[in-house]
Design a protein around this ligand. Sequence first.
Ligand SMILES: N[C@@H](CCC(=O)N[C@@H](CS)C(=O)NCC(=O)O)C(=O)O
Length: 398
Amino acid sequence: MADMIQTCLVGTLCLLLFTGCDRESAQDKALIKALENKVDLLEQQLETQPTGTNLNLDAERVTELENEVNTLRERLSQQISFSPTLKSIQEKGYLECGVSTGLPGFSMPNQKGEWHGLDVEFCQALAAATLGDKNKVRFIPLNARERFKALQNGDIDILSRNTTWTLQRDTALALNFAGILYFDGQGFMVRKSLNANTAKDLSGASICVQSGTTTELNLEDYFKLNHLTYTLVPFDTAKETIDGFQEGRCDVLTADQSGLYGLRLNLKKSEDAVILPDIISKEPLGPVVRQGDDQWFNIVKWTLHAMLNAEEMGIHSQNIDEMKASEVPAVRRFLGLDGTQGKSLGLNPDWAYQIIKQVGNYGESFERTVGVHSPLHIQRAQNNLWTQGGLHYAPPIR
Ligand SMILES: N[C@@H](CCC(=O)N[C@@H](CS)C(=O)NCC(=O)O)C(=O)O
């Protein structure tokens, strides 16, 4: 009996080993399950065997087969691409990245129609990791209201658009936030002539805000909690919101603090507008994917971690080739010279090398797009690495 079961198990193992890389994960999981059931059955048979048969030998066979199941499970997790999103990106030959309709520092097209910004560079990093070329990205501009539908419908592969991670978005909208690219908080910009020093001086003000944002919701909470009144002046895009403020349709504009620095650049006389020191909320901004595609979720998550880890390890776009001679185990793993990390993600071994070589580490990207030497002049502050007193802390690549 044990022999019959063993023949059957070996047959199933062979079938599993030869299943192609494009098999659906559900099918593969079902095969593993069937194999496990057979191991269980063999164990049961052994327990109920009449005395006198060679029990030790059969018990060894069960262990051997169990080890084979485990090895196979590991091989499958490393070799098979389970991700429909990655598959479609590879077939299209480009990544579809949902960005804002135009917010300086984060995602903004120049006069030639080329997109720039921190959120844009994150998608370029993803294209470098998955397709080996940071330019293989199409940017899809979306306002706040349109963004989640576009992702849910599959119109974009990733939403990289100054989007705040909240419980509702992460659950009820069937989306997954892959991490925090920028730690932000909501602030207020006021006309200098209003003579307001803090948010508490704003009672009775008319406030320009973009609809479909956490900004709109926090504003309501904050004014209610502090027994202040206000008149809401809502708009659909960043441009309309800042134009509304410029044209005097409101006394105050509220947005994420980083957004205020970006939007202020569009004012004709930016010195007439003051950004108040108050921060009334937490706005952890990060890339978002659809639920149900764990491999793609992992790729997005680890692209962010790779950019942060590179900065922490002192690896940047200018020295990454020299780093190939490094004997530091973590650096060698990062570059794909040792280890199977790329394979585990379903990517090439040099996935992280391509991100840093073509785009740069987190610090390089931050400085270029929103940092103190950019037009936005934003300090690293909480967006520094944990080793520098900031909040960015990436798990290790090993
Ligand atoms: N982080 C907030 C606000 C995001 C947001 O849409 N902010 C506006 C004002 S700065 C914006 O980026 N608009 C760009 C656009 O309309 O395309 C959220 O996720 O709800």
